[in-house]
Design a protein around this ligand. Sequence first.
Ligand SMILES: Cc1cc2nc3c(=O)[nH]c(=O)nc-3n(C[C@H](O)[C@H](O)[C@H](O)COP(=O)(O)O)c2cc1C
Length: 185
Amino acid sequence: MGGDRVVIGVTGGSGSVLAVRLLERLNGVEKHLVMSENAKIVLKEEVGIEAAELEAQADQNYLDSDLSARISSGSFIFSAMVVIPCSMSTLAKISAGISDTLITRCAAVALKERRKLILVPREMPLSTIALENMHRLSLNGVIIAPAMPGYYTRPKTADDMVNFVVSRVMDLMGVENNLIKRWKQ
Ligand SMILES: Cc1cc2nc3c(=O)[nH]c(=O)nc-3n(C[C@H](O)[C@H](O)[C@H](O)COP(=O)(O)O)c2cc1C
């Protein structure tokens, strides 16, 4: 029940391209997408595409303001939720238990239902507040998977670095992928 459904939240952190790649490559699962209004602005700025283009890759789309959407209820079963990229603002809200958007509400549901929640923060450097929020979330079982590519694969392009992060996120979601050449494999 719901084992093949995932919720993808996209917020206004830098790194919209990570969400674009994830949506492109995530096959074999039902994709439920929510973009914050800021995510739409950053997507246009960084990737040069409209939200509709990303939304076309999802099975279902929701407005971040629609707190009555079916995914806002614990009765909507999903196997994992990922917020990619996750802004410090959304991360802080989730850490504090604030659920005033569909993304933060779904994350709160994931927490209360003890479901897999993966956050992909992007900020540099990190404030003590952001680190404390991440610590609190981690103690509550949330996977903090920062958008930090490895360099041991000798990436040649920004695309290689995007693939590294997205591959690790897909691994965490339990979705098979061959986006990168694995270390000594
Ligand atoms: C081009 C651009 C890049 C941004 N990059 C980041 C970032 O890397 N990390 C971050 O936490 N916020 C970043 N922000 C700020 C967030 O968009 C802002 O805090 C916003 O309130 C987040 O709202 P949301 O979490 O509802 O999307 C960026 C904003 C813009 C316009």
